[in-house]
Every structure is written in C-alpha cells, then in structure tokens.
Design a protein around this ligand. Structure first.
Ligand SMILES: CC(C)(COP(=O)(O)OP(=O)(O)OC[C@H]1O[C@@H](n2cnc3c(N)ncnc32)[C@H](O)[C@@H]1OP(=O)(O)O)[C@@H](O)C(=O)NCCC(=O)NCCS
Length: 299
C-alpha cells in the first residue's frame, strides 16, 4: 500500500483531533484531546504545524507526527497511527519524513519522551537511532500528605517553612530564571521555561530563600480538582541532602496552602533529590517515561 504524506497545517482540526484520539485511544495515560486542548498543546510545546506531518491512506488520515522546535532543538510531541492501521510501516514512514525535515531545518537534536513500557514505540525510536537519556516519573498521591514539617538540614532552613517568612509566592517571571539556573540538565521539553511561561495564568510559583539567596522553586496549579505540581527544583550549589530538604519544605508549604485530596506531578527526573522529596511527601511512582535523544548533526 502506498501512503501519502501531507503537512499538519493542511488538515482540518476536527479530523486531526479524531485521528489523534484514535491513535491514543488505548494509551497508558489519558491524553484524549478536543480542538481547544490540541491548539493549546501546539502553542505550549512550540509545535510547527508546517513541519509536522499526517499520513494518508487514499484520502483518509491514518497517522500523525508533531514536531516542536526551539532554536536548533527539535521535539517529537505526539506520534501516533490509527489503531486499525498500525504495524504497516506508517509510523516509521512518518518518523523518517519528520527527521529529514528536521535536518532540512538545520536542527542539531531531536528529543522525545516515551512511556518505558511502550515497547512498540521504543523499538521504533531505537531503530531510528534514538538513545535513552534519562528516566522521568509520573507521580500521584491519593492519601493525606504527611506532616508538614520536614527535618531541616540547617537550623535557619526551618524558617523557610513559616508562612510569610522565607517561602513566598513569586510571579511566574521571577521563577523562570530559576528553572534554567537550578537544573544542571535541562528539564524535559514540557517542563522547560518556554512551556511553563505559557501556563502562567494557571500556575503559582513559590520560592524559598536562605541567607537571601533563592534556594528552591515550585510551580503548581490545579488539575481536575487535585493539586498539580508542574515542576520544582533546588539550587545546584547545595548538596543533595539540602536540595531534597529545600524541596520538601516547599512542597509541604504547598500542601498546607492548597490542601487537596489528590496530587500529581509529571515528568520529574528519577533517582535524584527530586524523587526523594516526592517520596517523602507521600507521592508514588505510577509510570516511568524514558527521555530519548537523536543527534542529527552527524547523520
Ligand atoms: C508506536 C506506533 C506509532 C508505531 O507505529 P506503526 O505504524 O505501528 O509502526 P511501524 O509499522 O511503522 O513499525 C516500525 C517499527 O516500530 C516497531 N514496532 C511497531 N509495532 C511494533 C510491535 N507491535 N511490536 C514491536 N515493535 C513494533 C518496530 O521496530 C518496527 O520496525 P520493524 O517492522 O522493522 O520491526 C503505533 O504503535 C502507535 O500509534 N501506538 C499508539 C500511540 C503511541 O504509542 N505513540 C507513541 C508515543 S511516544
């Protein structure tokens, strides 16, 4: 069977939504969209609809791949084939098309996140040369949060947990520089400052200080009636134990100020102080995502 390929900019939004939802109808997490949600996703993740592709079987759209672009970095943000049309080479065809477009655009790297258990997708990405970079966790808590006072590493850190003292609400522009400054490894695409800034109207930022220097930030909001931790991190100049402690203090302050029966945190790196802080605050790992990258420069 010969498949046609067109650009996402050339397809009707309702058709695109129907295709996306079909491809993701049996997915590990619920990511069904409507036109509004898909438009927001396209805007937030810097997806270029002219450089993203739809595969057609005769006139019918059967697969889609979205390419996000920031500088010379690209991001596969959604890649799916209609369920009844999987395993016929359409996914690979779309990926090869978008990779050659990325080369044409002069991009150096392409990154993506894939659910680690999604063997079909990880096999496809590995076949194309993507390599695993790190693991990210999807976290949930459906129990009351633990007592709000974590043990401080230094006595003066304890002040930070007092209301109005050293933990303060900070407007988004004040938090964004910390996202870049505190993360030695850039956060995943969806947690980069460029994505977070587009959620300014829905996120609140808390920042803790020690000796007047910012030590940690947390960005949070509400999702489906529960607490949603969009991102948090602590200054890299601190040791790991202190980073964990700072994050615990911030997260427990959030729990105190925004008490909710459930809480979620998405795409937070595993095996570091952030995982330790989430576990200490009663979160459990529900799903592991693998961040993968392909270097285009040498291909
Ligand atoms: C992942 C997905 C896009 C693959 O598309 P597809 O059109 O079915 O894949 P293709 O037929 O082009 O296969 C290409 C390669 O993918 C891998 N693959 C695809 N289906 C597979 C399966 N069922 N088992 C193992 N590997 C598989 C193989 O490496 C295959 O290469 P091969 O034929 O040489 O073995 C498709 O299964 C899908 O849409 N899944 C649901 C949405 C999703 O998971 N998206 C990815 C999110 S990151």
């Amino acid at each position: 069977m010969e498949y046609g390929i067109g650009r996402v900019s050339g397809i009707d939004m309702e058709l695109l939504v129907e295709l996306f939802n079909d491809a993701y109808s049996d997915y590990y997490v619920d990511i069904q969209v409507n036109p509004d949600r898909l438009r927001r996703l396209i805007e937030r993740e810097d997806i270029q609809v002219d450089n993203s592709f739809v595969a057609y079987e005769e006139q019918r759209p059967v697969g889609v791949v979205f390419l996000g672009v920031r500088g010379r970095r690209g991001y596969i943000c959604g890649m799916g084939v209609r369920r009844s049309r999987q395993r016929r080479g359409i996914g690979e065809l779309l990926m090869r098309r978008v990779l050659s477009e990325a080369k044409r655009l002069g991009l150096n790297t392409i990154q993506l996140e894939v659910v680690a258990a999604n063997r079909r997708a990880t096999a496809l990405y590995s076949k194309l040369g993507f390599v695993p970079m790190r693991d990210l966790g999807l976290w949930e808590r459906n129990t009351p949060p633990p007592a709000p006072e974590p043990a401080p590493v230094r006595a003066d850190v304890a002040v930070a947990s007092q209301p109005g003292a050293r933990v303060g609400a900070v407007r988004m522009p004040g938090v964004l520089p910390l996202v870049d400054a505190f993360n030695e490894i850039r956060p995943c695409w969806q947690n980069e400052a460029q994505s977070l800034v587009k959620m300014s109207d829905r996120l609140v930022g808390y920042v803790s200080h020690l000796d007047s220097a910012a030590t940690a930030y947390a960005l949070f909001g509400e999702s489906a009636g529960g607490l949603y931790i969009a991102d948090f991190a602590a200054a890299s100049r601190l040791g790991n134990a202190q980073r964990q402690s700072m994050c615990e203090i911030l997260l427990s302050t959030v729990d105190r100020d925004v008490p909710r029966a459930s809480a979620k945190a998405f795409n937070i790196p595993l095996q570091g102080y952030q995982e330790a802080a989430l576990r200490a605050r009663g979160f459990e790992l529900t799903l592991t995502q693998q961040e993968m990258v392909l270097c285009l420069k040498w291909r």
